[in-house]
Design a protein around this ligand. Structure first.
Ligand code: ATP
Ligand code: MG
Length: 159
C-alpha cells in the first residue's frame, strides 16, 4: 500500500479510531488537532456505533486473549470516531503520536500518555503495520467515503 509522490516520499494511509471514551469525554477535537498540527491529512472520518460483529472482526487477532470480551464491550459501548489518515510513513508515525498500548507506560506528549490512564480505556486505535491498515480500512469505509484531495500547504510540509 502507499503511493509515491516524489523520489523520497512514500505516502501511506492508516486506519485510526478514537474509541468511545474520546467522544464521551469530549476530547475528539483535541485529539484530531494532534494529527492535523503534525501535517497529516484526514481523508475519511465518521462517527459510528460499532456493532459486535465489526468489533470482533476488527480485533480478530486478539480473539483468544483474556481481555477480548471486555475489549469488544468497550469498543461497542458508545460511538467511536473512525478515520483514515494519510501522510509520509503515516502508519509508524501515527503509532508514535498515539503512544504505548498501556497509557501508564505511554510517554507524556503522546495521546495515550496525555489523555488516558487504563489499558482498557486507552482512547485510540491506530493500524500497527501496512498489512493491518490494508485490512482495517475497508472494514470501516467504502471506497467512495475516502476523499482524494490535495492540501494547499503540502509543499510546506514536504520538501
Ligand atoms: N492486557 C490487556 N488488558 C486489557 N486490555 C488490553 C490488554 N492488552 C490490550 N488490551 C486492549 O486491546 C487493544 C488492542 O491491543 P493491541 O495489542 O492491539 O494494542 P494496540 O495495537 O496498541 O492497540 P489498538 O489495536 O487498539 O491500536 C488495546 O488497545 C487495549 O484497549
Ligand atoms: Mg493493535
Amino acid at each position: 500500500m502507499g503511493q509515491r509522490v516524489s523520489v523520497e516520499i512514500m505516502m501511506e494511509e492508516s486506519f485510526v479510531m478514537m474509541k468511545p471514551d474520546a467522544p464521551q469525554r469530549r476530547l475528539m477535537g483535541k485529539i484530531l488537532s494532534r494529527f492535523e498540527e503534525k501535517g497529516l491529512q484526514i481523508i475519511a472520518m465518521k462517527l459510528i456505533q460499532i456493532d459486535e460483529g465489526l468489533a470482533k472482526e476488527h480485533y480478530g487477532e486478539h480473539k483468544d486473549k483474556p481481555f477480548f470480551n471486555d475489549l469488544v464491550s468497550y469498543i461497542t459501548s458508545s460511538p467511536a470516531l473512525a478515520m483514515v489518515i494519510k501522510g509520509e510513513d503515516a502508519i509508524s508515525l501515527i503509532r508514535k503520536i498515539v503512544g504505548a498500548t498501556n497509557p501508564k507506560e505511554a510517554d507524556l506528549g503522546t495521546i495515550r500518555g496525555d489523555f488516558a490512564i487504563d489499558m482498557g480505556r486507552n482512547i485510540i486505535h491506530a493500524s500497527d503495520a501496512p498489512e493491518s491498515a490494508k485490512r482495517e480500512i475497508p472494514l470501516f469505509f467504502d471506497k467512495d467515503e475516502i476523499c482524494d484531495y490535495d492540501l494547499v500547504d503540502n509543499s510546506w510540509i514536504y520538501e
